[in-house]
Write a protein that binds this ligand. Sequence first.
Ligand SMILES: [Zn+2]
Length: 384
Amino acid sequence: MSADLLIRNRWVIDPSQKLNGGYDLVISDGRIMDIVTTDDGKTNDGKTNEPVQARETIDAAGCIVTPGLIDLHAHVISESTQLGVRADSVGIEQGVTTLVDAGSAGAWTFDAFLKEGVEPSITRVLAFLNISGDGLCRGGAELSDMSRLAAKDAVTLIREQPSIRGIKARMSASVVKNNGLAPLLVAKQAAREAGVPLMVHIGNAPPTLSEVLSLLDEGDVVTHAFHGKQGGILDVRGQLLPEAESALARGVLFDVGHGESSFSFRTMQQAKALGIAPYSISTDVHARNLNGPVHSLTHTMSKFLALGFTMYEIVAACTSAPAKVLGLEREIGTLAPGAYADVTILRRETMPIALTDSEQETILAKEAVFAQQVITSGKVLTCT
Ligand SMILES: [Zn+2]
């Protein structure tokens, strides 16, 4: 078998195929061609390995190979919002092959997303479109004026633009002001009409979390699910809110969306003790949290290692899980033959490291995850 690239002697973790072991990865024409177990000389489907003649071979034992990491919540429109960061700086340069800009752009500012987010980037950049026509491009209370909601234009644009994978609505008091649940109802209606999931930001009430959760359906995403503010998923006794329990049972997905004020070690530890894990781990990286507490997706992954999650669980939450939210699980977030050859090569290093959450709480951890190399559609790049 001849191929463009062979990645050898690596520990592969690919939760989409329930793989966690020694495999070689064969890449050709920007796609995964084959994944071959190195233990018994058999391919994944039981056939005997053919020797691979590859033009390029990567061999660095001791690393972990995963599907290209996906960050489901980031902000990469830098000029129009003064909030976003350059996509490649938090994307491929940090081992993240796919970034989702969560609501920086609305239907009326979508050109800025294409110009500032997509066009200059090697990273695959997708979007959740803000239900506000302005997105975050004009200040921070984008759902306070119902006349600026752009449901019809959002639905039209989603049908035209495959890079839009969902709708975003920020449901906290500072964003909706006196509008209560009304913007959420508009956003939900538009999402159902366009056939895409809804991502809802939660924060300070009103509206209350119970009111917000009761409107969400299977496949919708709650971002900032593990924040440490009052009125979160846990009550004062640390018990799960009944509405959160029934939302989880319905298939509503809890995303991390770390951010500058939206991830608490304490909340996550209490939730973990109740058997609740995040469905997806995302950063909400933007200009104000890039230099702390967020830094990068791999830094966020290190925090979950420190909290006692397994590497397999963490990789699933950064690959197969977000790919499913995006409806792209056959193309990205997987190393199955035929998928895009998006691959991240990670190092798990034993070292003392201080990890800080959004509540300024610090854990002194003993190990951290770093991105070493990334392959995007078959092209090999070294991470910074
Ligand atoms: Zn955000």
